[in-house]
Design a protein around this ligand. Structure first.
Ligand code: MG
Length: 363
């Protein structure tokens, strides 16, 4: 492996002191990548109303566009003149694999006091915001995303049990009385990996994941609508206070995510150690739904990050370049092992530098 040093890097390093990364890869990997960016995406978060940055269409945003059916009855895809279909996974040139906690969002370190002590913030305020967000995450997960049912039946990916779904209409389906949580204890059926319940039970499990996917796709750009009043107002206030306390950490992350999404052949993928359902709840509540199509979210709780990275690289293929962005030792070591460049996020400035590097087409 050759340290990635170019004249451009040198200039950048002089200007910004240093890359916050153990960034090493063959220069040739980047040589054929073209800068296909729009102007710097303006990411506005005035200390008041929250305005997530704009982002281009993602595969998930195509949900709801009816598939066309030809005279032979075959699906014709979802292409529209004004809204071109997203690139196939095999056409993706660069994949940015993000960690979630303490990389994109600040959550756990609020509760532990790490964030306040590290950045000189009011520790009691930090803890109270962390507890407030924790309550919202689990409330949403339990009330709308079936976390009570699915906690012991965690999956790596939203589609992992889709093959057990018979596709029946769920519009009048009663999830509360379908016997999923039988006295036998559904959890015991799921606890061991590979241990499955019967066909009926697996289908009910698949129905829940299908509904979660529908909810995510329906509300990913309208979380307030999902929460309803007065939770919506509470959530907006929490988001504002969180951004003030963290010096717009999330805003910076959203800027980098939007820059990546603005490129036609680049994609954001999330690999988190949080269980899938609470992870989806976090993604929605922190306003990341437009940055990550649900198909690009992986939970490493069951299998670890290395296995998820492997899965991601099988999905997008060998031709793609993979860049890992995170704060943790696990993603860093897996990135190193897989020869993927790693961008370490230790403070908000690391996210700013990431956006600069993206704007300048250094990665
Ligand atoms: Mg982390």
């Amino acid at each position: 492996m050759i340290a990635w040093q170019t004249s451009a890097t040198h200039t950048y390093t002089q200007k910004h002191n240093s890359f916050p990364v153990s960034f090493a890869m063959e220069k040739s990997s980047f040589s054929n990548m073209k800068l296909l960016m729009t102007e710097c995406v303006s990411c506005v978060c005035v200390l008041g109303e929250y305005h997530p940055p704009p982002s281009p269409p993602t595969p998930g945003k195509e949900e709801g566009v009816p598939a066309r059916r030809g005279s032979d009855g075959k699906l014709r895809g979802r292409k529209r003149v004004s809204d071109p279909a997203p690139p196939l996974d095999s056409d993706i040139e660069r994949v940015f694999i993000w960690d979630l906690d303490e990389t994109i969002i600040i959550f756990h370190s609020l509760l532990t006091g790490t964030f306040s002590s590290r950045f000189g913030k009011d520790s009691s305020k930090a803890v109270s915001l962390g507890l407030w967000m924790e309550e919202m995450i689990f409330n949403l997960a339990d009330s709308r995303l079936f976390f009570n049912d699915l906690e012991e039946c965690d999956q790596v990916h939203i589609d992992d049990v889709a093959s057990d779904d018979n596709g029946q209409d769920l519009s009048t389906y009663n999830f509360g009385s379908d016997g999923f949580q039988s006295p036998a204890g559904a959890g015991s059926l799921c606890l061991g990996s590979g241990v499955h319940g019967g066909v009926d039970w697996m289908r009910k499990l698949a129905f829940r994941y299908r509904r979660v996917k529908e909810i995510y796709n329906t509300y990913k750009n309208n979380v307030g609508g999902l929460l309803g009043s007065p939770k919506r107002e509470e959530w907006l206030q929490l988001r504002r206070e969180m951004e003030v306390l963290t010096d717009l950490w999330l805003t910076q992350a959203l800027k980098a995510l939007a820059l990546i999404n603005s490129r036609p052949n680049c994609v954001n993928v999330l690999v988190t150690t949080t269980q899938l359902i609470p992870a989806l709840s976090k993604v929605l509540l922190y306003g990341l739904g437009s940055a990550f199509p649900i198909e690009n979210i992986y939970s490493a709780t069951k299998t670890g990050k290395e296995s998820c990275f492997e899965r991601v690289s099988q999905r997008f293929g060998r031709r793609a370049v993979y860049v890992v962005i995170g704060d943790g030792a696990e993603e860093e070591s897996v990135a190193k092992k897989k020869n993927m460049p790693f961008w370490r996020v230790s403070c908000r400035a690391d996210l700013e530098a990431l956006s600069h590097a993206l704007e300048l087409d250094y990665l």
